[in-house]
Design a protein around this ligand. Structure first.
Ligand SMILES: [Zn+2]
Length: 157
């Protein structure tokens, strides 16, 4: 069975950026429903279980280029008392509609804290090693929800 729209595909993957492993694991996903970054989904299309692929994804088909407006300087006092205000720490702000917006501290200079709302992988070329473990038909419920269910997949509570 080939990887195509509306199939549930389980992959084992290793993600490298600049030669360093930044993520790895196993993931079931529903193909053709924007669950993966576009460049990886395109590369998997038409392949079958058991195949291994090396995929290089440029930023424009991954997390895009960083937006300069996503970088801001805020006072240290804006963080809750006792927060670990250090480079590399992640926090969540809320946008106007109450949605959580993750950001990362990229610089601390005295009372000035530089924060970045861009995805940490924005502007990066991603190197994937992918093994296709399983390809199956999606259930009607999975199609209705737009994601894969089952072990390691999406869970409902
Ligand atoms: Zn669901």
């Amino acid at each position: 069975m080939k990887v195509e729209k509306d199939k549930v595909v389980t992959i084992r993957y290793t993600l490298k950026v600049d030669g360093e492993v930044v993520d790895q694991g196993e993931l079931p996903y529903l193909h053709g429903h924007h669950q993966l970054i576009p460049g990886l989904e395109e590369a998997l299309e038409g392949h079958e279980a058991g195949e291994k692929l090396s995929v290089t994804v440029p930023p424009e088909k991954a997390y895009g280029e960083p937006n300069p407006e996503g970088v801001q300087v805020v006072p240290k006092s804006a963080f809750p008392e006792g927060s670990k205000v250090e480079v590399g720490e992640q926090f969540y702000a809320q946008d106007a509609s109450g949605q959580p917006m993750p950001f990362t501290i990229t610089k601390v200079e005295g009372e000035d804290v530089t924060i970045d709302f861009n995805h940490p992988l924005a502007g990066k070329t991603l190197e994937f090693e992918v093994e296709i473990l399983e390809v199956r038909d999606a259930t009607p419920e999975e199609l209705a929800h737009g994601h894969a269910h089952g072990p390691g997949g999406h869970h409902h509570h």
